[in-house]
Design a protein around this ligand. Structure first.
Ligand code: ADP
Length: 445
């Protein structure tokens, strides 16, 4: 009995552990990435194009005009602030808008313009005079479907004849009532119900089928089979499009099952570098010390937006409390928050309502924080065995390509061990990490 008691109380200490064990699901990461992003990701790598028919000319466009879009859509594109097609769009758009329709598998990291591309393709292919579903897009989660729906609404702002329905949980529909919306976006289970059980959609009338976030999709049990079942019901001539941010073998296998005779477009993720980052370290003795060092440089770091990484939830909570007590307005992204709460925190941070975001590694993993120009490692990144973790260090503070803004990284060192770890990072990346005296901060400004 006693032992059982101890085991029960032991759970209180979980907040002390690094958040390693918590699995961040891919859909959450993907959603948070969409929310934190305010701009298209630049990428200097060459786009790889594999044409199904290598003899047909390869078109690429440098302007939206060249695509001969409907004027209402061109207006929508410009209203969204797009001046020219993104790298992936240069090739993907002509392929998707070609006659006869071509199938496409496209892979590029999050933020490179895939969603905007297929949304434009769907809107272009709709016949507004016909009042039934013609384009069908499936997304892995409710939240991601809503996010894509927002893009459809925005881009179609000047094309009000085209309407959109959400096939997501909670959207209760009666059996057999035909829906009039030309574009349907939803999650696989509900879409399948709408096609098979409720017969709200006639799959044979679908002209464009989009499978978004294929890598996230197959991570969920059941979604793969449901997607394939939906795809099997479509007509032969239906255009099939599949998008993914990553391309492991499992995604390929899936892609090839759902997209027959595809064209393939790939854009490799750009390597991150430390070239445009000024790296510093601060010597401290304990967490209180680190906190006062942080207070000393606070003014300098909050000129831009800053992210502060802690090793444990407990530390992140403590630090956020201390900074609040000092009267600083900070945001805390924590593992115990549900996705809606995290999304809200990230949106406020992106909109500049808070200048500082405190988080743990696990919580921020997979989130691209390109626009953040100051990173504080309140605790140095470590792997789960407490060893240096080069990849995480690079991902936290590195920036991609020559478009990346100049950045600043400050590492808090509080022990012999953490100094050794810092030196490992310095050696590994062969980049000097300079000592910063926080009583004399002129050097970083
Ligand atoms: P992905 O689907 O690859 O994650 P998105 O289509 O969501 O990428 O685009 C990422 C961000 O870039 C969005 O904020 C979107 O509005 C913007 N964007 C997309 N295409 C362009 C473009 N051609 N010009 C400027 N911004 C763009």
């Amino acid at each position: 009995l006693k032992a059982g008691d101890a085991a029960l109380h032991g759970t209180d200490d979980d907040v002390d552990k690094p958040e390693e064990e918590e699995k961040e699901d891919k859909a959450t990461q993907s959603l948070l990435n969409k929310l934190i992003r305010s701009n298209v990701v630049n990428n200097t790598n060459q786009v790889e194009v594999l044409q199904r028919d290598p003899n047909s000319p390869l078109y690429s466009v440098k302007t939206f005009e060249e695509l001969r879009l409907k004027p209402q859509l061109l207006k929508g594109v410009y209203e969204m602030g797009f001046n020219r097609p993104s790298k992936i769009q240069e090739n993907a758009l002509p392929m998707m808008l070609a006659e006869p329709p071509q199938n496409l598998i496209a892979q590029s990291q999050s933020g490179t313009g895939k969603t905007a591309a297929f949304v434009l393709a769907m809107l272009s292919h709709v016949d507004p005079g016909l009042k039934w579903p013609q384009c069908l897009c499936i997304s892995p989660t409710y939240e991601l479907a809503l996010q894509t729906g927002k893009v459809i609404t925005q881009m179609g702002k000047f094309y009000p004849e085209v309407t959109l329905a959400y096939a997501v949980r909670g959207h209760k529909m009666e059996r057999g009532v035909k829906i009039k919306e030309q574009i349907v976006i939803g999650t696989p289970g509900t879409v399948l119900d709408w096609c098979v059980k409720l017969k709200l959609i006639d799959p044979k009338k679908i002209k464009v089928f989009v499978l978004d976030e294929a890598d996230v999709m197959i991570a969920t049990q059941g979604h793969q089979d449901q997607s394939i079942r939906i795809q099997r019901m479509l007509a032969k001539g239906c255009q099939m499009l599949l998008f993914s941010a990553t391309f492991e073998d499992s995604v390929w296998k899936f892609a090839e099952r759902v997209v027959p005779d595809p064209n393939i477009i790939k854009l490799k993720r750009e390597e991150e570098t430390l070239d445009t980052i000024k790296q510093y370290y601060v010597l401290c003795n304990c967490k209180e010390d680190k906190f006062s060092a942080l207070c000393n440089i606070y003014g300098a770091i909050t000129i831009a937006q800053a992210m502060i990484f802690c090793h444990t939830r407990k530390m992140a909570n403590w630090l956020s409390g201390q900074l609040s007590k000092e009267g600083h307005q900070v945001a805390l992204l924590s593992g115990e928050m549900v996705v809606e709460q995290r999304a809200a925190v990230i949106e406020r941070f992106r909109d500049g309502k808070e200048k500082v975001l405190i988080t743990t590694n696990v919580c921020a993993r997979g989130i691209d924080v390109e626009q953040v120009s100051v990173v504080i490692n309140f605790d140095l990144p470590l792997d789960k065995d407490g060893n240096p973790d080069n990849e995480t260090y690079l991902h936290r503070i590195g920036r991609t390509g020559r478009f990346g803004k100049r950045g600043l990284a400050v590492n808090m060192v509080d022990s012999q061990r953490s100094m050794e770890i810092l030196k490992t990072y310095e050696r590994h990346f062969n980049k000097k990490i300079m000592r910063l005296d926080t009583d004399d901060i002129d050097e970083i400004e």
